[in-house]
Design a protein around this ligand. Structure first.
Ligand SMILES: C[S@@+](CC[C@H](N)C(=O)[O-])C[C@H]1O[C@@H](n2cnc3c(N)ncnc32)[C@H](O)[C@@H]1O
Length: 404
């Protein structure tokens, strides 16, 4: 029987699930899958997700009564993740709704008459039309005036979440591919439409932000190629979905959110940040990749074979893609090697990862990760297919598991 594509094991399943549906990040993994993995964990265990993304693991762990630590290198995702893992009281929400929101909406209508800041996004009118852009800028200015910049987990940050969602809903971004693309054209919105879309999103965010979380999760800035224990913790269960070796870059996916919320200012910053990401090849990260030299010892022999086949495939980008795959697995090897220092003996590892293909050469991510884990002394190493991806007949998602 063919392996099913299981859309309940993708981010599509998450969109209506309270906090999980706040912002759409294509590479977010499925809540259902994480619930299944976390449910296997013994009570009182400390969970780690070294690749937090939108903090799906953190929210699920806290919902199921666990404590979790999550790492990421992207400051926007760290901010968002910590907000998603915070419960707001009725009094905080009352204050927000009675005092802050009405002032923001009142000033928005005034500020529309002025010229306001807009971010330095390349070709910005491809995202929002020249009529809608000033309206979004005015709303941005009004939120900034009453809530300050997005920072920490105070309740006023919820307006920035709603604003982030609004900019995507009113943009020409399309989500019918693995990564974000553009719809045919931009839509024109009027002052009152922006207000009502924003208010409706905010109402949803506010309702879910009060939902109970039994456990607690925190997201930390930490490069998982050199993972560092937080608050002297030793972790019992690693539940995560690292970047896949498929050239998806999170900075590219997140740039509209990150520019508007001030977490990115220019293309240079974007490239520099992506260079710290495993699998990052956005902007200047690509030129750095060209001259990158491996310094990680003990990599699986099969990696050298796969990399050589990609390099020999005769495309103008073959050498670059070969470097990309090489560095991706060298970084993952570094990650696994550092992880040993922060895990309790006997800790379980569950990594959801997809394989990929470059010029017809299959990159068996699950096999290469298994080899890395075995060579680093992890035990019970194995993998199972989670789902088939619909994009190509040889592409699957796996759960790679091991014990420390
Ligand atoms: C596939 S996404 C995780 C998605 C997440 N499971 C979710 O449901 O939203 C991978 C994440 O790893 C992060 N990342 C990439 N390189 C990293 C590194 N060196 N250290 C920590 N996080 C990193 C990226 O910023 C991205 O958020």
């Amino acid at each position: 029987m063919p392996t099913p594509t299981r859309s309940d094991y993708t981010f599509k399943y998450n969109s209506k699930l309270g906090r999980h549906g706040w912002l759409r990040l294509t590479p977010a993994y499925s809540v259902k899958l994480v619930e299944e993995l976390v449910s296997e964990t013994a009570r009182g265990s400390k969970i780690l997700d070294p690749f937090s993304g939108t903090a799906t693991t953190g929210v699920v762990a806290a919902e199921l009564g666990f404590d979790a630590h999550l790492f990421d290198i992207n400051p926007f995702l760290i901010w968002l993740g910590n907000l998603k893992c915070t419960v707001y009281t009725a009094a905080q929400i009352h204050e927000l709704q009675q005092r802050v929101v009405p002032r923001v909406l009142e000033d928005y209508k005034q500020l529309v008459l002025e010229k306001n800041w807009q971010p330095d996004i390349f070709n910005i009118e491809r995202w929002w039309c020249g009529h809608t852009l000033p309206l979004i800028s005015a709303l941005h200015a009004a939120i900034l005036l009453h809530c300050g910049k997005p920072d920490g987990t105070g309740p006023e940050n919820l307006l920035w979440v709603a604003f982030s969602r609004l900019i995507i809903e009113t943009s020409s971004a399309a989500f019918n591919h693995v990564s974000m693309s553009f719809k045919g054209g931009v839509t024109r919105y009027e002052i009152s439409q922006i207000e009502s879309i924003f208010s409706a999103i905010l109402d949803n965010v506010i309702v879910s932000a009060q939902a109970e979380l039994v456990g607690s999760s925190k997201i930390f800035l930490c490069d998982s190629r050199n993972p560092v224990s937080q608050e002297d913790s030793l972790y019992d269960h690693v539940v995560t979905s690292p970047p896949y070796p498929n050239r998806m870059t999170y900075i590219r996916e997140l740039r509209p959110y990150m520019y508007w919320t001030g977490f990115l200012e220019d293309a240079k910053e974007a490239g520099d940040l992506d260079w710290t990401a495993i699998g990052g090849t956005w902007g200047s990260a690509t030129s750095k990749l060209k001259t990158w030299k491996n310094e990680v010892a003990g990599l699986p022999g099969q990696l050298t074979e796969i990399v050589s086949r990609i390099a020999a495939s005769g495309d103008k980008n073959s050498d670059l893609m070969a470097q990309y795959v090489f560095k991706y697995f060298a970084d993952m090897h570094l990650h696994f090697s550092g992880l040993k220092n922060i895990l309790r003996s006997g800790a379980k590892l569950d990594y959801i990862v997809g394989n990929s293909s470059f010029y017809g050469n299959l990159v068996e991510a699950e096999m290469l990760m298994e080899k890395s884990l075995i060579s680093l002394g992890f035990t019970d190493v194995g993998s199972r297919v989670v789902r088939k991806r619909n994009s190509n007949k040889n592409l699957y998602e796996y759960c790679v598991s091991a014990r420390c």
